[in-house]
Design a protein around this ligand. Sequence first.
Ligand code: ATP
Length: 335
Amino acid sequence: MAHTITLIPGDGIGPEVADATKLVLEASGVKIEWDVQNAGAEVAEKRGTTLPQEVLDSIRKNRVALKGPIGTPIGKGFKSVNVTLRQTLDLYANVRPVRSLPGVEPKFEGTDIVIVRENTEDLYAGLELMIMPGVAQSIKLITAVACTRICEYAFDYAERLGRKRVTVIHKANIMKLSDGLLLECFRKVAQLHPKIDPQEMIVDACAMTLVRNANRVDVLVTENLYGDILSDLGAGLVGGLGIVPGANIGKEAAVFEAVHGSAPDIAGKGLANPTALIQSAIMMLHHIGEGAAGTKIERTLIEHFKTGGIRTPDLGGTATTTTFAEAIANRIAKA
Ligand code: ATP
């Protein structure tokens, strides 16, 4: 039976990495009917909105989407499509596995951490105002409900995947009420999961720990902004933004997307590395019960890098987005 899945190619390098990912998925043998929906900058020019209603309807109906990046202009303009999607569909858990691939970044080989980022509130709540000319305020909204459910998600995830430790990342020494609330919720949830070792770490110390010895941590759970920054740091450890996948999970729907943005500087040139979206698709396959196909693609990717297979320019190679995807698809077909 074919799965019907919403596909949002997105902006910039989005359509290129989406095509490459489709090619690899087809080679795995899994049957997917794509419900292609457009959102982002080009749509906004024609429709006056970056996120037309039918895109949300499609995700609600299919319950699963694979999404390319959608750029957000800095400063004034449209609200971020990514943030709107996460908030509207209540995709509260953003899961970002940061895992090294063989031979890609030898200094950080063996890195294997998972960042579980709260996706709906914090400084992303969109509560900003000009108090008076020259004075702006941005409200950091933290609720016990959101803190509790993201901590529950992180502990459940750790148990499900046989992980040993969950570390909450905070700055409660300074933000005693907001980050203090996260800590309080984390401690309560931790008591319900005695098999998992609960740890607490201040966000700045976490940044240093990741660079010096990422293996000291396992699953990290944190607020929206810290999670955003730490995931890019994590991407830097394992070979850059072209590698790291992500999933936005809610009770009603899940949207799988790479950590990277639309990368307008390299768009349309065939330079983009599709590995991050391919790895997001692997997470998607596990989510829809096609774990065997997901594992097949994952093993092939690892084997490809281990045996010195072709690479895109961000990893020092000369392969294009398409030739890289074809090489992976060919290996899968032969496996
Ligand atoms: P956005 O505004 O959509 O976040 P951005 O360019 O500010 O886009 P990213 O797209 O996250 O931010 O990327 C930052 C840089 O990393 C890009 O300029 C690009 O050179 C590089 N990069 C990002 N993704 C990839 C990729 N998949 N393959 C190769 N390089 C990438």
